[in-house]
Design a protein around this ligand. Sequence first.
Ligand SMILES: C[S@@+](CC[C@H](N)C(=O)[O-])C[C@H]1O[C@@H](n2cnc3c(N)ncnc32)[C@H](O)[C@@H]1O
Length: 421
Amino acid sequence: MHYIRLLRPAKILSSTKGLVISILFTITTDLGDSFLCPEDGSIDLIAAVGDPAAGPVGSSAALLREAKTCRYKWKTGMRVLDANFALAPGLKKELVNCRFSIYPVQQRPRKTSTLLGALHVGDVLPWRVDSNPTLKMGVVMPATFEFVDGICSTVSIRTLGLGMRRSAREGGENDESLNLQFEEDIGESIARHIWDAGVVTSAYLADACSSPESIRQVLPIKRDTFNVLELGSGVGILGITIASILPEAAVAQEQRLRNARVLLTDLEEAEERARSNIAKAEAVLAIDHAEGANVNIEYENLDWDEGLEGRFGSLVSATPWDLIALSDCTYNVDSLPALVGTLSALHHLKEHHLDQENNGPVKSSVLLATKPRHSSEEALFELLDDQSWTYRVVKDIPLPKIGEEDEVVQVYLLQKGALMG
Ligand SMILES: C[S@@+](CC[C@H](N)C(=O)[O-])C[C@H]1O[C@@H](n2cnc3c(N)ncnc32)[C@H](O)[C@@H]1O
């Protein structure tokens, strides 16, 4: 997959014809190690601007009513695109409050209720895009930025359209589909960006809610509570998506969820962005979950070098986790011993909790998603074997691609303490 990335916050400049938004952006892979090279020589991009106060924030109906779009071409061989976007005449810079989205023409919203700049789960999963030959070639993650009083934010917003109706579970009449928005930094940072495995696995889990057999394999909910711990959560895309879909996942398994917790963890560097994304999600989910499940999303720092020693913060320690989830955390071979050690220490923690409750054998389950980048990453499986974890691939998901080598996101289920079920 490729991502539209700003190289610096956009600026508003004055020209003889009025104000223009000046945007310097690139389109690269998640790692930023290669630029988009379209097989047909180019792809067309749309930039759209709108006033967030004009209607439901950022909805295409509001933005299009404001009537401002512009087209650009990204050509094979390009590394950067320096684009200008003329604003309506007569505007004063300090009064510019708007949202700005850039997305490929082929990914423009098909319904007016759809957010501009959203990537839809159906555009990512190969078994969903088969009917659309342009999307089969691959998708580009759109980017959205916000101007407040003429100043562009230093984060870009990635929007994931989950494809399920908001409030459908409560029989509500709201027909807007559920969109999750994630801030990520403009600039380099591993912890403050989203990554392919997180995007694709989130799409896969949301899609799996429509199939009881599929969702049972990955989010097996057997009671009216379910607690998930995410390791290396980054901006929080996987954990927040899980929190958003848990009520649907439970319904698909004929359970009614009352209380659920999803705890995101990472290094301190990730904390600010993760907390901000939790707040954004809570604002959306508070409406959605109002009469249904109480799904609590939290964040706590957890360094695997500490976890390996069984040193956990108070939130991690407090719960025997039903599921541990992680995406794109196994690419750095040097950190694998600490990561696998942390998984085993969490298993011991669960044994300790459940022993006090006099339960039977304790089983820990881990949902691990990875986009294999190098054969050295296979060291993970030796470490898992050494610490008596069993593992199997639940799903291989080929990535949508444009001018790239074949890549795949693999979703694994790891278990310890019981035979692989
Ligand atoms: C490639 S990012 C993936 C982020 C997120 N899971 C996603 O899919 O978007 C890897 C994450 O692992 C975290 N990480 C790396 N080493 C870590 C450690 N020792 N303890 C905790 N987290 C760590 C990084 O901070 C980063 O957020």
